[in-house]
Design a protein around this ligand. Structure first.
Ligand SMILES: Cc1ncc(C[n+]2csc(CCOP(=O)(O)OP(=O)(O)O)c2C)c(N)n1
Ligand SMILES: [Mg+2]
Length: 791
């Protein structure tokens, strides 16, 4: 096949111009078009950035432009190697988008100089792709997540084609290696397509890549084994590579169209072989062959700044100038500094330019999630602490009906690492099933090509899919065992960074919040044991910006419903909800739950033993469902044994309520905080996670050392549920003892009660070793019931 010479030349002009501007951004503070001979004072004082990956990104961008012109496709571009930012910025500049978003970077000589100078310059564009970059929804700083983001954006986006350039080093990461399997979840009838382009430039930072050194057959078989058909584009002669890349993109596009047409006309039920392009070009392609007698092009030496110290080394300055002039900038930009028509002719019409792709600024496409009235799922709570219910079971019903309500919009997904049933959320399967494009057998359950629950045993894929889905303007929830959400700590951290910057970019519109439901939590992992007990995700969230993080610990089902509804309707946050899947005592009816959630924390007066206006002897506070139960039981015991003790019971549902309003927007006002916890009262605080969390949050509250926090202290094994509380010293007896120790005025009465509770602990230890279950008085305890006989 031969292609029109004129367009091949246009492609090459764009490629050269992008390469030129990409290299210029690394080096030049002025004289951006080399209108004068290059002098040391034109060179930036600090040379920061990466060259090696840019030519491959630029080539791909140029050719995708051509594809869009010819097919009118809606293409989102994802660069896995975000360190290629100068190349992508150059492409977005050449197509005209950058100047639209950043008028200072106009397509004129002054704008071009400013654009080139501002890269990696204080106050300018950062060295990686960030939320500042039009058309980007992936930073690519921490490598490994490009392909999951691409798939996340493609789900439920039938007209979208996501072109995703994956670095060959990036492809060695665990998350990227797992994410190829996303094709088993992509339904060609209702989802868009992802075209992966493996950028095989042979090297990562300083070593060769595995994929570049395995044989071509092995590489082809690697992709075949994962359900892809690959085609290689290889070479270092741009003219030849342009030819091959044109053909490869047409090949891939034809395949994608055929797969989609066949699925959309109902003809094919087979798992399609999706195309992958392998782009085998030299690292640093088109830079000098040698520097200082050492090979440069095609080696890892091209990764960052290929020619060092040009400002102080005249030979390097000469080599740099020669390299930059090899792109012939005088042919690429006119006398005004504007890219010439020959360069821009290959760009699509403005609305179709990849820098303007609306999926990259998902808030522009966001529709409110249709949700049912959560109050209709409320459970009856005639008396506090009498009935038992599983939180996630009720939440599952609510989510089931979120799927129902949002069905016309197809804009909601649940991601989960194979735990939807284990987490007791299976009511959702009454409305939708698990997405599964592979064959099924009769004994399978809840699988469908059209399912909207995304289950893969990869927390990385779950997280990445949901990020891509949310950033491209949709809604979702990630339900996970508490301990294993920590696997994606770092991904969440990167997402938080993206969100933080996006919130500072005026043209980025708000997106739905990223919602986590943690269950199978530390206090209900008595059966799985120590490995499954880890509440550290809360600690991780605490390190993020207050503006974007929210942590909720609903003490019961009605609070859970109110919280979940709130989170699903919120924007731009990272919401964490911690809840139980086991039958738990219920405390509040729906109106009381609504009031409690709105207040963030409140006194449960029915449980307190303090006359109005009197200071309490001790405040018993709790955050989390199991700690709430233990705190209430402690209050119950104290009221029973020492009726004169003034106990105030406080429950915290919105964890950041504890923080000073100076530190977090959800912080409870000082006056109300003091009305709950007093200014110098002793506080025994039972917390769901690590105790240090509460200490950190109350740091700016009056007299914080009076807070005595119990929580998970890395004690655990396979034991009874209540024993988990005992070994971590969070049990009702421990809390009651601690409260008494902190109340000096009781004298002997207090001592006698302490001895009683210590005896109870001893009985507990003996009982569980004999019976393999908790004492009946513990198991059956409720606020008003059978424990009356227990003492
Ligand atoms: C998860 C992660 N580990 C390490 C790094 C440090 N790092 C930055 S670039 C790079 C090499 C990337 O190689 P490749 O994906 O092949 O990109 P390219 O060759 O196109 O530059 C490494 C290891 C990183 N950014 N992310
Ligand atoms: Mg590489």
């Amino acid at each position: 096949m031969t292609y029109p010479q004129e367009r091949l030349e246009q492609l090459d002009s764009f490629f050269r111009a992008a390469n030129y501007l990409g290299a210029a951004q690394l080096y030049l503070r002025e004289n951006a078009l080399l209108r004068e001979p290059l002098r040391p004072e034109h060179i930036k004082p600090r040379l920061l950035g990466h060259w090696g990956t840019q030519p491959g990104l630029n080539l791909t961008y140029a050719h995708l432009n051509r594809l869009i012109q010819d097919t009118d496709r809606n293409v989102l571009f994802i660069a896995g190697t975000g360190h290629g930012a100068p190349g992508v910025l150059a492409c977005v500049y050449l197509e005209g988008t950058l100047s639209e978003y950043y008028p200072d970077f106009g397509q004129n000589y002054a704008g071009l100089n400013r654009f080139v100078r501002d890269f990696s310059w204080p106050g300018g564009m950062p060295s990686h792709l960030t939320a500042l970059t039009p058309g980007a929804m992936h930073e690519g700083g921490e490598l490994g997540y490009s392909l999951v983001h691409a798939f996340g954006a493609a789900f439920d986006n039938p007209d979208l084609l996501v072109a995703c350039v994956v670095g060959d080093g990036e492809a060695e990461t665990g998350p990227l290696a797992g994410s190829w399997q996303s094709n088993k979840f992509l339904n060609p009838a209702t989802d868009g397509a992802v075209l992966p382009i493996l950028h095989l430039n042979g090297y990562k930072l300083s070593g060769p890549t595995i994929f570049a050194r395995i044989s071509k057959d092995e590489l082809r078989d690697y992709f075949r084994g994962m359900g892809y058909t690959s085609r290689e584009v290889a070479g270092d002669d741009p003219a030849k590579v342009h030819h091959e890349m044109w053909a490869a993109l047409d090949w891939a596009h034809r395949k994608i169209r055929k797969i989609q047409q066949s699925a959309r006309s109902g003809k094919s039920q087979e798992l399609p072989e999706w195309p992958v392009i392998i782009l085998r070009t030299p690292k640093g392609w088109t830079d000098p062959k040698m520097v200082d007698g050492r090979p440069l092009e095609g080696t890892f030496h091209s990764h960052q700044i290929p020619i060092e110290d040009p400002a102080t080394n005249p030979e390097h300055l000469r080599l740099l100038e020669h390299w930059l002039r090899s792109y012939k900038p005088e042919e690429l930009f006119d006398s005004e500094g504007k890219p010439v028509a020959q360069v821009t002719a290959i760009c699509p019409e403005p609305a179709k330019c990849m820098g303007r792709n609306r999926s990259a600024n998902g808030g522009e496409l966001l529709k409110d999630l249709r949700v049912p009235d959560y109050a209709e799922y409320a459970i009856r709570v005639p008396q506090p602490g009498e009935t038992r219910t599983e939180g996630t079971k009720i939440l599952g019903r609510y989510l089931r009906d979120v799927f129902l309500a949002s069905a016309p919009d197809r804009n909601f997904r649940l991601v989960c690492p194979d735990e939807t049933t284990s987490n007791r959320l299976q009511a959702v399967f009454e409305q939708t099933l698990r997405d599964w494009q592979l064959p099924t057998v009769a004994s399978d359950e809840f699988l469908s090509r059209d399912g909207r629950v995304m289950e893969i045993l990869s927390e990385h894929c779950c997280q990445g899919w949901l990020e891509g889905y949310v950033l491209s303007g949709r809604h979702g929830v990630f339900a996970c065992y508490e301990a294993f959400l920590a696997i994606i700590d770092s991904m969440m951290g990167q997402y938080a960074k993206w969100r933080k910057m996006a919130a500072e970019v005026p043209w980025r519109k708000p997106v739905a919040s990223l919602n986590y439901v943690i269950t199978s939590h530390v206090w209900e992992q008595d059966h799985n044991g120590y490995s499954h007990q880890g509440p550290s995700f809360i600690n991780m969230l605490l390190t993020k910006k207050a503006a974007e993080t929210r942590i909720y610990l609903p003490p019961d089902v009605n609070c859970l419903l109110s919280t979940a509804n709130h989170c699903l309707r919120s924007r731009d946050y990272i919401n964490l909800i911690v809840t139980s899947k086991k039958p738990m005592l219920q405390w509040l009816d729906m109106p009381a739950a609504q009031a409690h959630c709105a207040a963030k924390a409140s006194e449960w007066t029915w449980a307190s033993n303090v006359d109005h206006g009197q200071p309490p002897d001790v405040v018993l506070a709790a955050a989390g469902d199991v700690p709430t139960r233990e705190t209430l039981a402690a209050a119950w015991w104290l009221r029973r044994e020492i009726p004169e003790l003034r106990v105030r019971v406080v429950n915290v549902v919105d964890l950041f309520g504890l923080q000073s309003p100076k530190d977090h927007p959800h912080g409870i006002e000082e006056e109300r905080f003091n009305s709950l916890f007093g200014e110098d009262s002793q506080v025994v605080f039972a917390f769901h996670g690590y105790p240090s969390v509460v200490h950190e949050l109350i740091y700016h509250r009056p007299n914080p050392v009076r807070f005595h926090v119990r929580g998970y202290s890395e004690e655990g094994t396979t034991t009874t549920p209540f024993d988990m509380c005992v070994v971590n010293r969070l049990s009702r007896y421990h809390l009651a003892i601690e409260a008494l120790r902190r109340t000096a005025r009781l004298g002997d009465t207090g001592q006698r009660a302490i001895q009683l509770f210590e005896k109870k602990l001893q009985e507990h230890r003996e009982y569980i070793r004999q019976h393999d279950e908790d004492m009946p008085e513990v198991q059956q305890w409720n606020w008003s019931g059978p424990v009356a006989q227990a003492a």
